[in-house]
Design a protein around this ligand. Structure first.
Ligand SMILES: CC(C)(COP(=O)(O)OP(=O)(O)OC[C@H]1O[C@@H](n2cnc3c(N)ncnc32)[C@H](O)[C@@H]1OP(=O)(O)O)[C@@H](O)C(=O)NCCC(=O)NCCS
Length: 133
């Protein structure tokens, strides 16, 4: 839905401030909209706030390209809830790549029982591939 896309982009833009090491934000936004058009997107919605977090899912690969929670709604279980629904949809342990410098996210994934995935296809340089429970 177009109004959802506006709110998703707003959450995403807010979170990009956490990634000073990443490529230009307009490039990130183009990638986001491409994935929104071609993949599943799960959103967390709060009655008075609208969309407070979202996840994109490449279901057949059980791969999560995006997981973003607005800073005002962190530590409320939003990411854990989105990942649980995605896990159920994919029917397989989820995979994602996280920037090696993103220590807060890595700590969150560890708290949720995720671990390093060593496989045939290595992640891009500067990223770590994690696998969910
Ligand atoms: C990483 C992120 C998605 C976590 O979302 P969240 O909704 O706050 O996570 P939850 O509330 O579901 O927390 C899940 C677990 O992780 C822990 N956790 C969350 N953030 C944490 C942090 N910064 N440091 C340590 N642990 C953390 C929680 O305490 C919880 O563990 P518990 O069940 O043992 O209490 C969120 O901080 C975010 O959007 N960050 C910016 C974008 C980003 O880095 N995305 C990941 C890209 S790969």
């Amino acid at each position: 839905m177009a109004s959802d896309d506006v709110q998703i982009e707003s959450v995403f833009r807010d979170c990009l401030a956490d990634f000073p090491w990443r490529r230009a934000h307009d490039v990130e936004l183009i990638r986001l909209h491409g994935l929104l058009a071609s993949n599943h997107c799960l959103v967390a919605h709060e009655a008075h706030a609208g969309i407070v977090g979202f996840l994109t899912l490449e279901r057949r690969k059980a791969y999560v390209p995006h997981l973003f929670v607005h800073r005002d709604w962190r530590f409320c279980g939003v990411a854990a809830g989105l990942l649980q629904v995605a896990r159920d949809m994919a029917r397989a342990p989820l995979l994602l790549d996280v920037d090696s410098q993103n220590e807060r996210a890595i700590a969150a994934y560890k708290a949720m029982g995720w671990s390093e995935k060593v496989g045939l296809l290595p992640p891009r340089e500067g990223q770590r591939r994690l696998s969910g429970p």
